[in-house]
Design a protein around this ligand. Structure first.
Ligand SMILES: [Zn+2]
Length: 123
């Protein structure tokens, strides 16, 4: 039972014969070389294209990883900006609240003074 999904040949000659057969066919991905498989110890055939496909696949996977990295990093930067904005806004809110309290206090004092004057007048 062969553990590889690829077509397996018992000898290099059989594999090379099949390469010749494929060369005559009108296919985009023509096999060009045979190799002894390390896993199943049988011969497989492969094309230069499939080597390229594997390289492209590897690069695309790396690119995807980078994209995620960049996304996470820029998210971090954006989160930082949002955090800074939040702090700024909170400071402004606190300032306004303080001013409001101050105004309330001033008004309260004025009211007290006014009451004092009224009391004095009524005496
Ligand atoms: Zn194999």
């Amino acid at each position: 039972m062969n553990i590889c999904k690829k077509t397996a040949y018992s000898t290099k000659e059989f594999a090379d014969d099949d390469i010749k057969r494929f060369q005559k066919k009108n296919r985009i991905n023509k096999p060009t070389k045979s190799y002894l498989c390390q896993r199943c110890n049988m011969w497989h055939i492969t094309s230069n294209n499939s080597v390229l496909f594997e390289k492209i696949d590897k690069l695309e996977k790396e690119n995807y990883k980078l994209k995620i990295d960049i996304k996470q990093k820029s998210n971090f930067a954006i989160n930082n900006k949002i955090q800074i904005l939040k702090i700024k806004h909170q400071k402004q809110i606190d300032n306004y609240k303080q001013k409001l309290n101050h105004e309330k206090f001033k008004n309260l004092k004025l009211l007290q003074e006014l009451n004092n004057i009224k009391n004095k007048q009524s005496l």
